[in-house]
Ligand binder design. Sequence first.
Ligand code: ZN
Length: 48
Amino acid sequence: MKICGSCFCGEIEYTAELQTEAVAICHCRGCQILSGSAFRCDTRGHQP
Ligand SMILES: [Zn+2]
């Protein structure tokens, strides 16, 4: 699955090819701080 996005101001843009079988949700304290929510969704990818 291919995704694309950018930072908030739009200065940096990216595209990535995701390995959908490697998607994970983590509830550790570090991921809560990073995401500002109860969990963070993470996956591994590689440059297309
Ligand atoms: Zn975590």
